[in-house]
Write a protein that binds this ligand. Structure first.
Ligand code: ADP
Ligand code: MG
Length: 240
């Protein structure tokens, strides 16, 4: 589904991604963990071409992406992204937020986009919130709208960057619940999160980053119970 080979990314003199290799299979759920500043967000953003790698290769659906030639907007449409801070359009109602990109980027008919948006709202448990504005929602509800908005483009890969980090603890579960459902339905997902319960229950694989490198990966049970790398042990002891 998606593969990164020997990815390097620098910001000026700061070498942030160092020879990162990763492969995610169709319908696989990969949880990415690692200390703050280790490069997790940068890796996601490179996979989505929100940032350009300095060297290496990215393959999506088996085909190498050539940023010079390929239509990156097309690729971004196919890769949904959910951020820590929802990034909803504040001046638009929930339903308008969800149909914005399908209508204006994908040129889907408004009625058709509305029908699918309502379906998605029901999926994330917010059918009754179609016409309210983001400021009228709780953080957990905002994030569920953000997920529905990403799904509205019918992506084949979803990237989540700490989707529950900004939420009050009692709101985390409702967002993780939606993500768990998505995983069950076979969505391919890469999730940066510190929610190790979610990782244990939902992830097929956990990948550990440290200082711009992937230092360890494995099935959650194996990785949590028997971490091989000293840095992984240290990181887990801090968050568990
Ligand atoms: P993480 O998500 O694991 O916390 P990031 O990928 O956000 O890590 O950041 C990795 C490093 O890259 C950090 O040192 C951060 O300050 C730096 N960095 C991230 N984005 C930028 C940017 N746009 N410009 C300069 N430095 C950046
Ligand atoms: Mg980050």
């Amino acid at each position: 589904m998606v593969e990164g080979k020997q990815l390097n990314k620098s910001f000026g003199n700061l070498h942030v991604l160092k020879e990162c290799n990763l492969t995610v299979e169709k319908s696989e759920v990969v949880v990415l963990i690692g200390a703050s500043g280790s490069g997790k967000s940068t890796l996601l953003r490179c996979l989505n071409f929100l940032e350009m790698i300095n060297s290496g290769a990215i393959y999506i659906d088996g085909k190498q992406v050539d940023p010079q030639k390929d239509n990156l907007n097309h690729i971004r449409e196919n890769v949904g992204m959910v951020f820590q801070h929802f990034n909803l359009f504040p001046h638009m109602s929930v339903i308008e937020n969800i149909i914005e990109a399908p209508v204006h980027v994908k040129k889907i008919k408004r009625e058709q986009a509305l029908a699918y948006a309502n379906e998605l709202l029901s999926k994330v448990g917010l059918s009754d919130k179609a016409n309210v504005f983001p400021h009228q929602l709780s953080g957990g509800q905002k994030q569920r709208v953000a997920i529905a908005r990403a799904l509205a483009m019918r992506p084949s890969l979803m990237l989540f960057d700490e989707p529950t980090s900004a939420l009050d603890p009692e709101l985390v579960g409702e967002v993780l619940g939606v993500m768990k459902e998505l995983a069950k339905e076979g969505m391919t997902m890469i999730v940066v999160t510190h929610e190790m319960g979610f990782a244990r229950e939902v992830a097929d694989r956990v990948i550990v980053m440290h200082d711009g490198q992937i230092i360890e990966e494995g099935a959650p049970k194996q990785l949590f119970e028997n971490p091989q790398h000293e840095r992984t042990r240290r990181f887990l002891s801090q968050i568990l």
